[in-house]
Every structure is written in structure tokens, then in C-alpha cells.
Design a protein around this ligand. Sequence first.
Ligand SMILES: [Zn+2]
Length: 316
Amino acid sequence: MRNFIKLITVAFLAVIVLAACGGNDTSSNEKEINNDEKLKVITTFTLLEDIVKQIGGEYVETYNLVPVGTDPHEYEPLPQDIKETEDADVLFFNGLNLEGGDGGWFTKLTESTGQDDAIIYEVSAGVEPMYLSSEDGTEEEVNPHSFLDPNVGMIMADNIKEALIEVSPENKEEIEENAQAYQTTLEEMDEQYKTRFAEIPKEDHILVTSERAYQYMADRYDLKEGFIWEVDTEENGSPEQITTLVEFIKEENPPVLFVESNVDSRPMETVSNESGVDIFEDKLYSDEIGALGEEADTYIKYLQYNIDKIHAGLTR
Ligand SMILES: [Zn+2]
């Protein structure tokens, strides 16, 4: 018996040695990228980090500022964030007021670290802004949530591609290849959104969520929007906001109500109790993609997840 175990052990070690040699043989043929040569990229929120990784591939090393489960509209940078921002080769922010706009937390962070404006890129540059209305209806504020529309994703991916090529022209060919494949996936996603929204009866094209995050998507695919509050930074779930939405629901009669992954679900529970319309069992994603390993942990999966849940909810 002991000899048998010995034999097994020897055979096992031999396999390991062979595997290790084999590994060395193949890797010596590949182009190796030293960690020092990688571009150090800062992103403000998880969705951007994912697009940068998809397009930058092995040429980038990312550091994301606002973690999953945290509001990107208002954020308090940590000491580590400040250090990483100082050391970055290129920085990406969404813009369209997502990070609080001029004078918001991201502007303050880059100004305090003395980062060069030339390497700070606004990923939503070129996106046609849509506006929220303030409670008294006088002031208009840009709605930051344009990325819920896959067509906006195409503009963002293009901006990221151009920026990465600008800061690392030596990697142009591979970055362009990655970006092309990514654009094709986004185009297919847009086709899928069109097809699946067309399957939902016209009278059920009503999307009720907590925050008014789906304005761009609703405009693109012709949905009526119901919401409790316009943007996370304002009062969330006041009695007036609840009453207004309950009246909207009684008039429009949506099949279900939705709650987003990053908001307090209690105000929508009140709306559901007062209107008699159920909340859909799964949350939608808006300001963030899922944590690594979760169902919607890339931007593409996030878009897929949202259309799957919205379609399921509105066709019941
Ligand atoms: Zn938001």
C-alpha cells in the first residue's frame, strides 16, 4: 500500500513538472506586458471601469473610486483614492453631472491632487443631455443616467477608445480591435432592446422606478416614466412625492413597480401598498453594475439584466 501511494505521488509530481514546463514554453512565445508598462487608469464608478477594461485589455490597470453600493452623486474620497489619483496616467469620469458637476467631489479631488486636465476625460462628451425638473419647475438639472441607453454606451466606448489611444498610441491596433468588437456587442444589444420592447403591449410601456434614472432609456424606446424622486441627491420619498406617484399609477395602471439595487426600497413599498400594484421581485440596476461575481458584473451584462427584468415585469 505504501509503495502504491509513493507511486501515485511520483506520478502526480511528474504531471505538475510537465504542466509547469508546458506553461513556460507557451508563455515565452507571447508578448509579456510588464506591470510598470501598464497604463494606470482611474475611473469614478464601476460601469466605467468595466468599459475601460474591455477596451484597454491587458494594457490597463484600473483603480475605481466609488465602490459598489455607494452613491456616485456624492462621494467622500479615501486617503488611498487620493494617492492613486496622484499616480494615475489617465482619468475617466462620466460627466453630465453624475459626479456632482463643477465643484463636485471629483473636480475637488483632481484639483487637490494637481492632476493635469489634459489626461482627464469626460466619457459622456457628445451625449445629448436630458433634463430633470426641480420641484418648483423653474430650474433644470442635467440627468446623469444616460448610460442606461446602449446607444449612449456606444458613444462612451468610442470616447474611451480615443482617449486610450491618445495616451498610449503604441497600443493603437489592439485597442481599436477590442473597441470594434465591443461596439458590435452594443449594436446587437440595441437591436435586442428594440425587439423586446416591441413585444410588450403598448399600454404597458410604463416604467415605474424610485429615482428618475431611466429617462434616456425611456425616451429611446418609447416608455412612460413614473418615479418617486428625480435624483438621489434630493429628498427621497417625501409624502408629496409618494402621493404624486400613486396618482400617476392609478391613471396609467402599470403591470409592476421596480426598485433599483442602490436605493432604499421602503418608499416604493409605501407606493405599492397605497396603489395596490406589486413590486417586481428582482431589483434593476441604475447607478452601478453588480459586484464582481454577481449576475450583472459587466456593463453588457447590466444592460442584458435590465432588459430581461423589465421585459418579464411588463409582460405579466
Ligand atoms: Zn442615480
